[in-house]
Structures are given as C-alpha cells and as structure tokens.
Design a protein around this ligand. Structure first.
Ligand code: PMP
Length: 295
C-alpha cells in the first residue's frame, strides 16, 4: 500500500507514510469506533477526477455524526485534501482511504480528539475480473436494531471479515449475506443485484450500506431504460435468476458466476450487468463534471 516515497495526510500535516503513527490508546483500535470511506479517482480527458467525491464525503460526515464522532472538516475541505494527496503522490487511477479515528480515548464515549488520516494507492478491481463463485454466508449482516448499518463504521467490518474468510475457507471467492429476517442483504464489501427476465433486482436500504455504486447503477439503469425493482428477496429467488453481480467502489461491477451449487445460466457478456459495467467505466472516466476545488 505504500513505499518510501508515499505521502499521507495526518491531522493537518503531509508526511511520509512510514512516519504516520497512532498511539495504542486508541478507541478505534480497542472498540472499533471510527469511520472510513473507500473512494476511487480516475483519469479523464481533462485530468484526474475523484468519482462522486461529494457523495462519499457526505456519507463520511453523516456516518461520523451517527457515531457521535465530532469533526470540523467539510466536504469541500476533504475533497480538496484528496486531490492534493493524489498530486503529492503523482497518482491518478487510485483508491483513496480517509479514516477518522479516536485517539487518545479509552472510554466508551467518543469525546476526545478526532484524527483524520488520508492515504491513497493504486489498486486493481478489488474482487478481480473473473466471474465470482460465491456462497450464502452463515453470518448475517448486523441487526439494524443493534447498530447503525448505514454508517461506514470500522467495527462493522468484523462481520465482513468473518463472512469473506468463511467463504474462502470453503473454496469460494466471496460471501453473500442475509439480513436478520433472512432476506438477501449484500456482500461483505459490495451491494448485490440479480437479473431475471430482463429486469434487475436489488434489496432496499435498511440492512445494507447505502452504496454509492449501487446508486450510480440505479441511475444508469434508469437513463438506459433498464427496469429495476427494489424489493426484498430470498436466496431461493436468486437461485432462479439469469445473472448476478456485486457493486462497490473498490469492486466496481463484479460479475457472479455461481451461488452455492447454482450456476447463473446467462452468458455474462450478454447480461445487463456487463452492459452496466461498460456504462459505469464510461461514466467514471468521463470528463470532470463535479466540483473540483481550486487549489
Ligand atoms: N456494502 C458494504 C458492506 C461495503 O463495504 C461497500 C463498500 N463501501 C459497499 C456495500 C458498496 O458501497 P460503495 O458503492 O459506496 O462503495
């Protein structure tokens, strides 16, 4: 993720990555209360563009507020810092990782100092390019009555780690998790869609991270007259589908070949998922059309 030339941002300073350290008296490390984002920047004909920076930093600030984490940073400042980060590291097609962590703080209330760490690295498609073999996870998504599943909170990712590890230990590439009521929710780091009879299906918000890629796909589907139904559905319904895919900033659009012992019958190249993944690549590499702050 970094080498001796990598520059990161830590609490107002630009420093070499190896010098960015945190103390062990850190609420984020002990109890998991911290907020992060996963954002991608892309080359466009008019220079680098951070895709949906506004949406990502709005979600980050909203997640922080939900978890009672205080910060004075604004969406504009965080966006500007992210462009500076890319410039200082001389990278364009990159993954950007901002993190709010609470240090020092050993209590169970997030009262002390909020720290901001920002780093970036060049990262290929998170789940790779080949069709995924996924399995139904024995791990449910966190119950929305026990935490705020819509916030991108550090501690929620133990659930994702357990699910992905269990899937890999059983010879699969990734997991598909259910919600507390037994309906399909999402993957450990991506939202889920399936296609049946030329219509796309995805679950409603409530038990999932409100994915920014999910929204982009919903918008692209609408613009291209692809019908989408947002509804709750079961694993059994998915096992009658023609095709399926994950969506996420890191994963982009990742085609799924099979779920448990069910193979999706449609050729991925003929699927709506493939069509949308081409449209998605076009959109992320399209000329800058959103706020790029003046440095
Ligand atoms: N669900 C989870 C649990 C995730 O970690 C992610 C990745 N941030 C997503 C969905 C997809 O969200 P986005 O499209 O905003 O990256």
């Amino acid at each position: 993720y970094y080498n001796e030339n990598t520059i990161v941002f830590l609490n107002g300073e630009w420093i070499p990555a190896a010098q960015a350290t945190a103390s062990l008296y850190n609420q984020t490390m002990h109890y998991g209360n911290g907020i992060f984002e996963g954002i991608r920047a892309y080359d466009t004909p008019t220079g680098v563009k951070i895709f949906k920076a506004k949406e990502h930093f709005e979600r980050m600030l909203k997640s922080a507020a939900t978890m009672h984490i205080k910060t004075d940073y604004t969406v504009e400042e965080l966006t500007k810092l992210s462009y500076e980060l890319l410039e200082k590291n001389g990278i364009t097609n990159a993954y950007i990782r901002p993190l709010f962590y609470l240090d020092p703080n050993m209590s169970l209330v997030p009262v002390d100092k909020t720290n901001l760490f920002l780093c970036a690295w060049e990262w290929g498609k998170y789940l790779g390019d080949k069709l995924l073999r996924i399995k139904t996870s024995p791990y449910q998504r966190p119950n929305p009555k026990s935490c705020h599943v819509e916030a991108k909170t550090v501690g929620h990712y133990i659930n994702s780690i357990l699910a992905t590890t269990e899937a890999k230990q059983n010879g699969f590439d990734e997991a598909l998790m259910l919600d507390a009521a037994g309906y399909v929710a999402e993957g450990p780091g991506a939202n889920f869609f399936y296609e049946k009879d030329c219509c796309l299906y995805t679950c409603p918000l409530g038990n999932i991270l409100p994915g920014i890629t999910r929204n982009t796909i919903l918008d692209l589907a609408k613009e291209n007259h692809i019908p989408v139904e947002v509804k709750l559905f079961t694993i059994d319904e998915v096992k009658t589908a023609d095709s399926a895919f994950f969506t996420g900033t890191a994963a982009e659009i990742a085609g799924i070949g099979s779920l448990d012992d069910y193979t999706f019958p449609m050729d991925w190249n003929e699927s709506l998922g493939k069509k949308l993944s081409i449209l998605y690549q076009h959109e992320v590499h399209a000329t800058q059309n959103e706020l790029k702050p003046i440095s």
